[in-house]
Design a protein around this ligand. Structure first.
Ligand code: F6R
Length: 616
C-alpha cells in the first residue's frame, strides 16, 4: 500500500519519479505527490485523487529542473484522501520532505510531543510527525540526514518505509524500512529507491534488497546501507529479469485483460525447469533439506484473498497426494488464535507481492514457533521470501491490475509442485504417478489457451446480467475455492454483492438468499471420475432453480447432462478433476472484468483497494 519512488542521478528527477509512480499506482491511488530539490530549496506538488490529477497540476504549475526527487502515491490510512494529507509532508522549516508507506503506530504520542513543543501540524497523517522529528534531530547530529534518520526511526513503532530529501544536502536521498517494502535500483550514475522494482526496471535491472530495520543513503554514484544503529550492512544484490513489455498494456484496453490473456504463458513459465529429465520433481530453489519434507507431520498454508483461495485449491491436491493434513488459514487471523504449529509443521506463505503484512506477520509467528517456512511468491526481492526458510517463485511476471488473475493460476501450480515434491520425498506417490500428474500440469497452458479462445460469450452474458444486484457462486471440492474466487473478483471489480458457497452448504442457510432471477454461477465438477460430485451438484442446482435462480453453469465440454439444468452454460475443456480450477477460474475472471466494464468502473484500479496490502 502506497507507492514510493526516490531518484538521484543525471536525469530530470520529476520525469523518472512520475513514470515510477505510474508503475506503482496499483499500490494506492487516493492521492499523489512529488518533491524535488532545486536551487537549494524544496518544491512540492501534491493532489488528491489519481496520479493524473497530479500530472494536471504539474502541467499548470511546473516544477523546476532537478536531478533529485521523491514521489508518492497514497492508499489512505490516517486522514482522508485530501490534498493536505497527500505526501510528501514537509517540516515546518521547509527543510525536510518525507514520504511514507505503512502505519506509525505511536504517532499520536509523537504528535502530542511535537504540539507541546510548539510545532503546528498541518495534516491528519501519521507521516507528518517524521518530517518535524527529522528537522529537529538534524542539528544535534551534525546535520547528517542518515544519522538523523537513525535517531528518528529508533523512536517509531509500527511499519514504515520512509524516504526523505533535504535541500541542504541536495545530492542525497535517504530511505529507511521496517516491515514495509523498499528496494534499491542501482544504475550507472543514478540510483533509485522504490516500493518495488516495477518503478525503475526500465532504467536498471540491478537491484538490492533491503532488510528489516535498515537505512539506505543514495547518491548518484553510491549506495550505503546501515542498520538503525549505523553499523554497515551489505545488502543482497539481485537482477530483475522481467520483460520490459510486461509492465505495458501491449494493445489491451486494461491490464487485467492483458494479464488474463497471459495466463497460459504464466503457467508454462512457472512449470518450466522444475522437472528432471527422468520426470522427477526438481525444485532446486527449495534450499530446505529433503529430510524436512520427509519429517513434517502437517502443512499449514497462510495467505490472504486470492492467494488464500489458491491455498484452498492446493489443500485438496496436497492431502490427496501426500496424506498429510493441510490447514489453510487466513493470514490475518492466524497469529491471533494461538495456532498449533511447531518444528513438525511446514508453513507455506502464498503471496503475489511478497509484502502482504498479514501474511508476513503470520509467517513470522510460525517461524517463532519453530515451524519450517516456505514462500510461494511472485516478486523477487520482497520480504516474505527473504524471511522464509525456502522459496518457490511463481513466474507470472508483473501483475499490475489490482485484481489478481495470473498470479492465482501460478500460485496453484507452485503449490501443486510443492505437493508433488512432498509426495516424492515421502514416497507417497510412485514415480509413475508423479510423471502422470506432471503431464497433466504440462497440458494446462494449452487448456487455458483453449478457454481464452472460447470465452467471448461470457462477455455477452455479463452484459445481460449487469442489472443483477447479487450473484451467488457455488462449487464443490476444488470448485468451492473457485466459487469463492469468482465471487471475490465480482465484488472487488463490479462492486456487487457476490458470495461463494460450497454447494452442499446452501441448504443450511444461504438458500434463503435465493429469489426470482438471482444469478447463481455453478462450478460443475466433471461427470467423469467421481460422478457422485456431479450428481450432488445437479441436486443443488435443482434446489435453487426451484426457487427462481438463473443458473450459469461452468461445465466441461461433453457434459451434456448439465444443459438440462442450466440457463447458460460456459464451457471449459475436459481436464483431470484437480486441474479444473486452472480452467474454470478463467471465465469467472472475464465475467467480473466485463461486468465492471459495463458498469463503467475502473477495472485496473477498483475503489478502496490497493494491490500490495502492507498494513494489518
Ligand atoms: C484479489 C487480490 C487480493 C490479494 C491479497 C493477497 O484480487 O488481489 O485478494 O490476493 O491481497 O495479496 P498477495 O498475494 O500479494 O499477498
Amino acid at each position: 500500500m502506497c507507492g514510493i519512488v526516490g531518484y538521484v542521478g543525471q536525469k530530470q528527477a520529476l520525469e523518472v519519479v512520475v513514470a515510477g509512480l505510474r508503475r506503482l499506482e496499483y499500490r494506492g491511488y487516493d492521492s499523489a505527490g512529488v518533491a524535488v530539490i532545486a536551487d537549494g530549496h524544496l518544491e512540492t506538488r501534491k493532489k488528491a485523487g489519481k496520479l493524473t490529477n497530479l500530472e494536471t497540476l504539474l502541467g499548470e504549475d511546473p516544477l523546476p529542473n532537478s536531478t533529485t526527487g521523491i514521489g508518492h502515491t497514497r492508499w489512505a490510512t490516517h486522514g482522508g484522501p485530501t490534498d493536505s494529507n497527500a505526501h510528501p509532508h514537509v517540516s515546518e522549516d521547509g527543510r525536510i520532505a518525507v514520504i511514507h508507506n505503512g502505519i506509525i503506530e505511536n504517532f499520536a504520542v509523537l504528535r502530542e510531543e511535537l504540539t507541546a513543543a510548539g510545532v503546528t501540524l498541518t495534516s491528519e497523517t501519521d507521516t507528518e510527525v517524521v518530517a518535524h522529528m527529522l528537522a529537529r534531530a538534524l542539528p544535534a547530529v551534525g546535520d547528517s540526514l542518515q544519522v538523523a534518520m537513525q535517531a528518528v526511526c529508533s523512536q517509531l513503532e509500527g511499519a514504515f518505509t520512509l524516504v526523505v530529501i533535504d535541500p541542504s544536502q541536495p545530492d542525497i536521498v535517504v530511505g529507511a524500512r521496517r516491515n514495509s517494502p523498499l528496494v534499491v535500483g542501482v544504475g550507472d550514475g543514478e540510483n533509485f529507491l522504490a516500493s518495488d522494482v516495477a518503478a525503475f526496471f526500465e532504467h536498471t535491472r540491478n537491484a538490492l534488497e533491503l532488510g528489516q530495520d535498515q537505512i539506505v543513503t543514495l547518491t548518484a554514484e553510491s549506495v550505503t546501507v546501515t542498520d538503525f544503529s549505523g553499523n554497515p550492512v551489505t545488502p543482497r544484490a539481485f537482477t530483475v529479469d522481467w520483460d520490459a513489455s510486461a509492465a505495458e498494456k501491449g494493445g489491451f484496453d486494461l491490464f487485467m485483460l492483458k494479464e488474463i490473456s497471459e495466463q497460459p504463458k504464466a503457467v508454462a513459465d512457472s512449470l518450466r525447469g522444475r522437472t528432471s529429465p527422468q520426470g522427477r520433481i526438481q525444485l532446486d530453489e527449495l534450499t530446505l533439506d529433503e529430510s524436512v519434507f520427509r519429517d513434517i507431520t502437517k502443512v499449514v498454508v497462510v495467505a490472504c484473498g486470492t492467494a488464500a483461495h489458491a491455498g484452498m485449491v492446493a489443500k485438496y491436491a496436497i492431502e490427496h497426494w501426500t496424506r498429510l493434513p493441510v490447514d489453510v488459514e487466513l493470514a490475518s487471523e492466524f497469529r491471533y488464535r494461538d495456532p498449533v504449529v511447531g518444528p513438525d509443521s511446514l508453513v507455506i506463505a502464498i503471496s503475489q507481492s511478497g509484502e502482504t503484512m498479514d501474511t508476513l506477520m503470520a509467517l513470522r509467528h510460525a517461524a517463532a514457533q519453530g515451524a519450517r517456512t516456505l514462500a510461494i511468491c511472485n516478486t523477487v526481492g520482497s520480504t516474505i521470501p527473504r524471511e522464509s526458510d525456502a522459496v518457490l517463485y511463481t513466474y507470472a511476471g508483473p501483475e499490475i491490475a489490482v485484481a489478481s488473475t495470473k498470479a492465482f493460476l501460478t500460485q496453484i501450480i507452485a503449490a501443486y509442485l510443492v505437493g508433488l515434491f512432498l509426495a516424492q520425498a515421502r514416497g507417497a506417490l510412485t514415480e509413475e504417478e508423479i510423471r502422470g500428474i506432471l503431464q497433466d500440469l504440462n497440458d494446462m497452458p494449452q487448456k487455458v489457451d483453449l478457454v481464452l479462445d472460447t470465452v467471448e460469450p461470457v462477455r455477452a452474458l455479463a452484459q445481460q446480467l449487469s442489472t443483477a444486484t447479487s450473484v451467488l457462486f457455488l462449487g464443490r471440492h476444488v470448485g468451492y475455492p473457485v466459487a469463492l474466487e469468482g465471487a471475490l473478483k465480482l465484488k472487488e471489480l463490479a462492486y456487487m454483492h457476490a458470495e461463494g458457497f460450497p454447494a452442499g452448504e446452501l441448504k443450511h442457510g444461504p438458500i434463503a438468499l435465493i429469489e426470482d432471477g438471482v444469478p447463481v454461477v455453478v462450478v460443475v465438477p466433471s461427470p467423469r471420475g467421481r460422478a457422485v460430485l456431479h450428481d450432488k451438484i445437479i441436486s443443488n442446482i435443482q434446489e435453487v432453480r426451484a426457487r427462481g435462480a438463473v443458473i450459469i453453469a461452468v461445465a466441461e465440454e461433453g457434459d451434456e447432462v448439465i444443459t438440462g439444468f442450466a440457463d447458460h452454460v460456459i464451457r471449459v475443456p475436459e481436464v483431470p478433476p484437480l486441474m479444473q480450477p486452472l480452467v474454470s477460474t478463467v471465465p469467472l475472471q472475464v465475467f467480473a472484468c466485463e461486468m465492471a466494464t459495463v458498469k463503467g468502473h475502473d477495472v485496473d484500479q477498483p475503489r478502496n483497494l490497493a494491490k500490495s496490502v502492507t498494513v494489518e
